[in-house]
Design a protein around this ligand. Structure first.
Ligand SMILES: [Zn+2]
Length: 257
């Protein structure tokens, strides 16, 4: 992740909790740091072309760039590397939590930061499998802490129009042209140099009419190699367009947060 942070014009030690001492954090809070950015990743297979940390690397890279844009108001905390990937468990190496554990962990991260005085939280999600739980988390947080503001977004979805316009493959969705383009831009060490073309199986009613129906499926039932899409078509400039658009839009939302 250091490689990614070399791009930043502000010294990386001022952007993330990972690099701050507690007196430095106290000074930042006195100077107006009031918004916590929480990257949410996963440790799951990304086909033959990506490492297990594609989602974590993307989420961390996104949040570091957002923290730089919104310095000194926003502070990034270390990425959450484990989340909800039960559908990828038939591929070796994937690590998943149960939804209960994930919700408890996320709640306790917020609770710790709340006790230190933070009231505003933004979760940048890099993994589609976390969406239902993050929606539940927002309801739970609002109930437990009436004085906080919290929001989450999958940053790919924030720029879905740029994804739709830029992706050339017929199918995309996981470890694909769109996702691996973002990974090339945000976390290049997660992308294999020699990339093999997509090997898509995708049956089961054309993956349930391309997302409009949600069947209970393991990922190996719809793709032979773990990818849904063609990562060999991924390119850095598409990743840059997707991510910089998402950053513009998320930043605009958070300015009045
Ligand atoms: Zn992913």
């Amino acid at each position: 992740m250091d490689e990614n942070r070399r791009d930043c014009s502000i010294e990386p030690q001022y952007l993330t909790l990972e690099r701050l001492s507690w007196p430095e954090l106290s000074r930042r809070m006195e100077e107006g740091t009031d918004l916590v950015l929480i990257p949410v990743g996963s440790t799951e297979q990304h086909g033959p072309n990506g490492s297990f940390t594609v989602d974590t690397g993307r989420a961390d890279g996104f949040v570091t760039r957002l923290a730089e844009r919104m310095y000194p108001r926003a502070l990034a905390v270390p990425a959450v590397p484990y989340s909800l990937s039960p559908h990828h468990m038939n591929f070796p190496g994937t690590i998943t939590l149960t939804p209960e554990t994930f919700l408890i962990m996320m709640g306790e991260i917020v609770d710790s930061l709340y006790r230190h005085g933070f009231r505003k939280f933004f979760f940048a999600n890099g993994h589609g499998g976390n969406r239902p739980a993050l929606t539940l988390l927002m309801g739970q947080l609002r109930e437990d802490y009436p004085d906080i503001k919290a929001a989450w977004a999958s940053f790919t979805s924030v720029a879905s129009d740029v994804v739709a316009e830029g992706v050339e493959s017929d199918t995309h969705g996981h470890a694909c042209e769109g996702e691996m383009s973002q990974a090339m831009y945000l976390a290049p060490w997660t992308v294999k140099e020699e990339r093999v073309p997509g090997d898509i199986v995708m049956d089961e009613g054309d993956y349930a009419l391309r997302g409009t129906i949600s069947p209970a499926l393991k990922f190996d039932e719809i793709t032979a190699n773990g990818a849904l899409g063609d990562a060999s078509r991924a390119r850095w400039d598409l990743g840059q367009r997707i991510i910089e658009t998402a950053l513009d839009r998320v930043q605009e939302y958070l300015e009045d947060f």
